[in-house]
Design a protein around this ligand. Structure first.
Ligand SMILES: [Zn+2]
Length: 189
């Protein structure tokens, strides 16, 4: 192998390495972004940053928080048990609702009701499929899958009807709202 051919091959390899490196870096970036999307919550205040965990010593004890990487928003790790965080979130939600206006809120509320009904209907459909398998005495993996899928769909339906209730009763980020909703029994709307 001549010197120039060697240099040429070497250069090509280097170029390939670089190309792979950019692919890998780009891939890592995509993975990181999707990881953040999947596990990191978007900041409720600026809606551009993501919330990251951090802890601060309070009275000699490490208190866990989550903070935005884009603005000054922060909240307790367990938001539901922290009145300060809840009231901050409530303020943000109220501001946003005011920006939306009555008509838009009504539209969103109706959208949640429709969504809830669709999820429940799908859950019923899948449950009927599971029931059919029971009647045919087919308790295989498909049955388990259909059952779990149906439960999942019903949970989505519940979540949407909870959102509907929250919007129509203005109980966004109110402590104990979920329990109250459960007690009210307005699961199917
Ligand atoms: Zn933010």
């Amino acid at each position: 192998m001549g010197f120039f051919r060697f240099v040429g091959r070497h250069a090509k390899q280097q170029a390939l390495h670089l190309a792979y490196a950019t692919h890998i870096v780009a891939g890592a970036r995509i993975v990181r972004r999707s990881y953040r999307r999947a596990f990191g919550r978007t900041c409720p205040k600026c809606r551009a940053g993501y919330l990251h965990p951090f802890s601060v010593p309070v009275d000699g004890q490490q208190q866990p928080f989550r903070g935005c990487d884009n603005c000054d928003y922060y909240e307790a790790r367990d938001v539901r048990r922290d009145d300060d965080s809840l009231s901050r979130l409530r303020e943000i939600a109220e501001e946003r609702l005011q920006d939306m206006g009555g008509e838009e809120i009504a539209l969103q509320t109706r959208r949640f009701r429709r969504l809830s009904r669709i999820w429940y209907a799908l859950a019923l459909l899948v449950a009927a499929g599971a029931l059919a398998l029971v009647m045919l005495q087919l308790f295989g993996l498909t049955f388990v899958f259909l059952l779990l899928f149906s439960i999942n769909l019903a949970a989505q339906g519940m979540a949407a009807s909870y959102r509907y209730w929250q919007l129509s009763h203005r109980t966004l980020f109110v402590r104990g709202a979920f329990r109250q909703w459960l007690r009210n029994g307005e699961w199917i709307i």
